[in-house]
Ligand binder design. Structure first.
Ligand code: FES
Ligand SMILES: [Fe+2]
Length: 364
C-alpha cells in the first residue's frame, strides 16, 4: 500500500533546495586541511580534494608545494612521475615543472612552449596540519582560518589520526552538531544513556553554529573516567560545546569535574577535539582529527589509551555515516524525505549557511 505524503513531508522533499547536501557543489573559497604536516615529505603525494586531483611535496627548504596532478601534455598524473631538485618530471614524456607549476623543460626540444603550466595552490602549515585554499587565490586570507591555539600550545597533550569516510562532509558536520547520537551510535563506546535527554542550548550565528549540552550528574565512560579518576557512579559533570567553526573545522570542547565537590575546590579536566573534514568527492571525505587534553601531561600511556578508545568511537561515526550514504544513494529522489526535530536546529542552520555560501560563489 502506498502512503500519501502529508503536506509537511511533501514540503520537506524539497529540503535539498534549502539545505546543503551531497548534491551541493563544493564551497571552494575556504581553508580545508590538505594533509597532516608529517605526511608531506620530499616525495610526491597524490590526493583528491574537493573533487580535484592534486600532488603535494616538500621542497629541500621545507616548503609545502601543492599543484594540479595532471600533466598538461597528455594528462598523466604528475604524482606518478619523479621529484628531482624540487621539480617534478612527468613519468610519461619527461616534461619538467617547478614549484609554481611552470613548465621549465621539454626533453624533446630546446625550448618550452610559452605560458604552459599547471595550477598551483596556496597552502599554510600550522601545527600538525597543512591547510589549503583551492578557491579564488586573491580571496585567500589567513584571518578566515579559525584560531586553534591549543593545537600548538605546550599546555596541551595531543594525538592525531585520519579516517576515510565514505559519505558527504556535510553529513559529518551535521553529525557533530547534534551529539544526541552519543546515546545511540556510541552506546558501546563513549556515549551514556542520559546524554540524549540532557538539557541543551543552540547557538546560531553568522557562520558559527554550536550546541551546548550539560550532562550533570553523569557517569563517565572509561575513556574519560580512568584518566580523570572520576570513576564513581553519577560523580561527574560533562559540559560539552560542539561548534562548527568553518567548513574545514569543527571543534568539540568538553570540561569534566567532580560534581560532589564545591565549585571553588574542584579541579577541571578539559579536552578538545578538532574534527577537520575535507571533501574528497561528493560522497567521500578525508576526516582529519586532532585530540588534546590539558591534564595528565607527559603521560604517553594515557595518550595511547585515550587515542585508541576515541578512535573506536570515531570509527562508529564513519561506519554509521557510510550506511546513511548508502541509504541516501539507493532511495529514488521522489521518495526521499527527511524531517527535522528541535535538536537539529544548529545543523539545519549550518546546512542552510553552506548552501548559501555555495550559491554566493556560483549563482545559478
Ligand atoms: S604526459 Fe606528461 S610529459 Fe607527456
Ligand atoms: Fe559521533
Amino acid at each position: 500500500m502506498t502512503r500519501p505524503l502529508p503536506a509537511v513531508i511533501a514540503a520537506a522533499q524539497n529540503a535539498s533546495d534549502r539545505m546543503a547536501d551531497r548534491h551541493t557543489p563544493f564551497v571552494m573559497n575556504d581553508w580545508y586541511v590538505a594533509a597532516f604536516a608529517e605526511e608531506i615529505k620530499e616525495e610526491l603525494l597524490g590526493r583528491t580534494l574537493l573533487g580535484r586531483q592534486l600532488v603535494f611535496y616538500r621542497t629541500s627548504t621545507g616548503q609545502v608545494v601543492a599543484l594540479e596532478d595532471r600533466c598538461p601534455h597528455r594528462s598523466m598524473p604528475l604524482s606518478a612521475g619523479t621529484l628531482t631538485q624540487d621539480t617534478i618530471v612527468c613519468g610519461y614524456h619527461g616534461l619538467r615543472f617547478n614549484a609554481e607549476g611552470d613548465c621549465i623543460e621539454v626533453p624533446s626540444q630546446a625550448n618550452c612552449p610559452k605560458n604552459v603550466g599547471i595550477r598551483s595552490y596556496r597552502t599554510h602549515e600550522r601545527g600538525a596540519v597543512v591547510w589549503i585554499w583551492m578557491g579564488e587565490a586573491e580571496l585567500a586570507d589567513l584571518s578566515k582560518l579559525p584560531p586553534q591555539d591549543w593545537m600548538e600550545s605546550g599546555e596541551w597533550e595531543r594525538s592525531q589520526g585520519y579516517l576515510s569516510l565514505q559519505g558527504s562532509y556535510v553529513r559529518l558536520h551535521e553529525n557533530l552538531l547534534d551529539l544526541t547520537h552519543l546515546s545511540f551510535l556510541h552506546a558501546k563506546s563513549f556515549g551514556t544513556p542520559d546524554y540524549a535527554k540532557a538539557a541543551f542550548e543552540s547557538v546560531i550565528g553568522d557562520g558559527q553554529f554550536a550546541l551546548l549540552r550539560n550532562v550533570v550528574p553523569t557517569t563517565l565512560p572509561p575513556v574519560w573516567a580512568i584518566p580523570t579518576g572520576l570513576t564513581g557512579q553519577g560523580q561527574a559533570a560533562r559540559i560539552v560545546r560542539s561548534e562548527f567553526r568553518s567548513l574545514g573545522l569543527h571543534e568539540v570542547s568538553v570540561t569534566f569535574y567532580d560534581c560532589n565537590l564545591p565549585e571553588n575546590e574542584r579541579p577541571q579536566f578539559r579536552i578538545r577535539t578538532a574534527h577537520m573534514p575535507t571533501p574528497e568527492t561528493a560522497t567521500s571525505t578525508h576526516y582529519f582529527i586532532v585530540h588534546g587534553r590539558d591534564f595528565a601531561l607527559g603521560n604517553p600511556e594515557t595518550t595511547r589509551f585515550m587515542h585508541d578508545q576515541l578512535f573506536v568511537a570515531f570509527q562508529e561515526d564513519v561506519d554509521g555515516l557510510a550506511l546513511q550514504e548508502q541509504a541516501l544513494a539507493s532511495t529514488p529522489p521522489e521518495d526521499l524525505y527527511e524531517f527535522s526535530v528541535v535538536a537539529d536546529a544548529p545543523a539545519v542552520a549550518m546546512r542552510r549557511y553552506v548552501l548559501a555560501r555555495q550559491r554566493q560563489e556560483a549563482p545559478d
